[in-house]
Design a protein. Structure first.
Length: 82
């Protein structure tokens, strides 16, 4: 019985990093402000891994701007706000 518990403990220790990675928040790889003169006309977020299905998904950020704009997924890992 003791040998069985040792095996179970080793398996759980081996799987711990995998389960911990699933709980981690999204990480941004790069932020790119698109500047035209003195104004930012586009803001792009590039994530380390795909965040949305191909064709789009929910916005990963909430923008509070005085100028109207809209966001879109460029690809599964890149979100641009124009």
């Amino acid at each position: 019985m003791r040998n069985w518990w040792t095996r179970v403990a080793l398996v759980l220790l081996a799987l711990a990093p995998v389960t911990a990675a699933g709980d981690s928040p999204a990480s941004v790889l790069q932020t790119i402000p698109g500047i035209d003169g003195n104004a930012i006309v586009r803001f792009t977020l590039r994530f380390f891994e795909p965040m949305a299905p191909l064709g789009g998904g929910d916005a990963p950020i909430k923008m509070d701007c005085t100028v109207d704009g809209a966001g879109r997924w460029v690809d599964p890992a890149t979100y641009a706000w124009d």
